[in-house]
Design a protein around this ligand. Structure first.
Ligand code: SAM
Length: 472
């Protein structure tokens, strides 16, 4: 029985409710009067229900799809301005006891090079990331209670936060590790993590069990209920995601929105972010063996619909996507991008030898961080290295309340400009620096409050003189 307030996976992600929703969406997709009404509702910027959003996903009318794109672009501008937050993944260990059939880490894969960073190697990786200019990381690890126990993850987080190299510092560590216990989530919270990210992979229980035939990840309910345990453990910000390509995208989309509705209903705060990874080629993995791959057009439509359905939730696109695809979807609502990512264990400080491959998947966007930053600015976006909200305690419902009241702009925009200037001063090429400094000068004018502008100008001057870490 469908119940968004239930704590049981099978009740808040009810298969029957998803099937009913998809049937309703099919029946109503050509009722253009109703479709227009739903788009009008979305324009109120209060989000859409999974049922409403599913009708829009099913609708194939070109002029309505264009309206959805235009609205997504507008909502993105209203809530997130022209900022794009930058981050990088850091792979700690690819030891894994699970049998996920789409992931090269699976236990039966005997040819992937198994690696786990020592604390000295973590240090080297973090210094390499700091030397590019990164301030925000997402740590990644396979699930292996012997090789990667929670103590190892906590030790790595400690090491990462402790490294101060030149002007570098990692100021926010997000964590993408397997579903765990309330007690372990509490430990992660105490270690000072930002967002806890866990991809659902698929919301379809039967497929989930087939795609995860062995290992602790096989347990659909334990995995699906992880965010509730994380929140019980005190983690304010959680990040959802589906691995598109595993199951039918319409099913996943309805499930994803139901999950967001569930978190809002039970914890009073929806997901902080939604990631939209697509299945990629990897060691021992051929994406063509999976039937449910989605085209770039559908991918863009999904991004736009996520933006208008959950306007307060950040959206993350990784380097799994090419420059061309990223170019299309940042306009439609994406708020965070990774840059210069390596998915191998230890890949930032040392390239892997030819015969040794520990990568999780092939990266499509292989540009340097400097190139990504310059490309964003050429498009009129401000690359932001800001981590202030979480450090100022603006997390969970506090962050959401400010965002909903339109207040967050007073912090995010000046913080983006200050962290961009830090990047330009410390890490950028001359070409990027020239472009960026001009952009900052232009953008100062767009700060609405005189007082904030005054402080911002002073801080920017300080940053030019070598001082760091100012924030609103
Ligand atoms: N081990 C953790 C877990 O079980 O959730 C998470 C870490 S894993 C390094 C991060 C994510 O990579 C997975 O949740 C999955 O969605 C994604 N992934 C796995 N194989 C992939 C592939 N072949 N292509 C693209 N993404 C993949």
């Amino acid at each position: 029985m469908y119940n968004p307030k239930s704590l049981k996976a099978e009740e808040f992600i009810s298969h029957e409710e998803i099937m009913r929703t998809l049937a309703y969406a099919e029946e109503n997709k050509n009722n253009l009067e109703n479709v227009d009404k739903i788009i009008d509702n979305a324009a109120e910027r209060k989000g859409l229900t999974h049922e409403e959003a599913s009708v829009l996903l099913a609708c194939e009318d070109e002029s309505r799809i264009q309206r959805i794109y235009d609205l997504a672009e507008q909502i993105k501008k209203d809530f997130y301005g022209n900022r794009i937050v930058m981050f990088a993944p850091l792979y700690l260990s690819n030891y894994c006891v699970n049998g996920c059939v789409y992931c090269p880490y699976h236990l039966k894969n005997k040819h992937i090079a198994r690696k786990k960073l020592t604390q000295e190697e973590v240090r080297r990786e973090v210094i390499a990331l700091q030397d590019m200019g990164h301030k925000r990381l997402a740590i990644e690890a396979g699930e292996d209670p012997v090789n990667n126990p929670i103590e190892y993850i906590l030790e790595c987080i400690n090491t990462i936060y402790s490294i101060k190299h030149k002007n570098g510092a990692i100021r926010r560590v997000n964590v993408n590790i397997a579903a765990t216990t309330v007690e372990n989530y509490r430990k992660l919270k105490e270690a000072g993590i930002g967002t806890y990210i866990l991809f659902q992979e698929t919301y379809h229980k039967e497929s989930y069990e087939q795609l995860h035939p062995t290992g602790p990840k096989h347990d659909y309910a334990y995995h699906t209920e992880a965010m509730d345990r994380a929140m019980e453990g005190g983690i304010d910000d959680v990040g959802l995601g589906v691995l598109f390509g595993l199951e039918l995208y319409k099913y996943e989309f309805a499930g994803l929105l139901m999950h967001a509705e569930h978190l809002e209903a039970v914890h009073g705060v929806g997901p902080h972010t939604i990631s939209v990874p697509r299945l990629k080629r990897a060691d021992d993995i051929d994406p063509d063996q999976f039937d449910n791959g989605i085209s770039d057009e559908i991918f863009a439509k999904l991004c736009a619909l996520i933006r208008i359905s959950v306007p307060y939730t950040g959206m993350i696109v990784s380097t799994r996507e090419s420059k061309e695809v990223r170019e299309k979807v940042i306009r439609l609502g994406v708020s965070q991008l990774s840059g210069a990512s390596k998915t191998s264990v230890g890949g930032y400080s040392e390239p892997e030898p030819e015969d040794e491959n520990s990568e999780q998947f092939d990266v499509s966007d292989k540009r340097t961080l400097d190139e990504v930053v310059r490309w964003l600015m050429e498009f009129g976006y401000i690359p932001s290295f800001c981590t202030a909200c979480y450090r100022e305690g603006r997390t969970g419902d506090r962050f959401m309340t400010l965002l909903k009241a339109g207040q967050i702009q007073n912090c995010c925009h000046p913080n983006a400009l200050m962290t961009l200037l830090e990047f330009l001063q410390d890490y950028a090429s001359e070409e990027t620096k020239v472009l960026g400094e001009k952009m900052i000068l232009d953008e100062i004018k767009n700060v609405p409050s005189d007082k904030v502008r005054e402080i911002l100008v002073k801080n920017l001057e300080q940053i030019k003189q070598g001082n760091r870490d100012f924030r609103f």
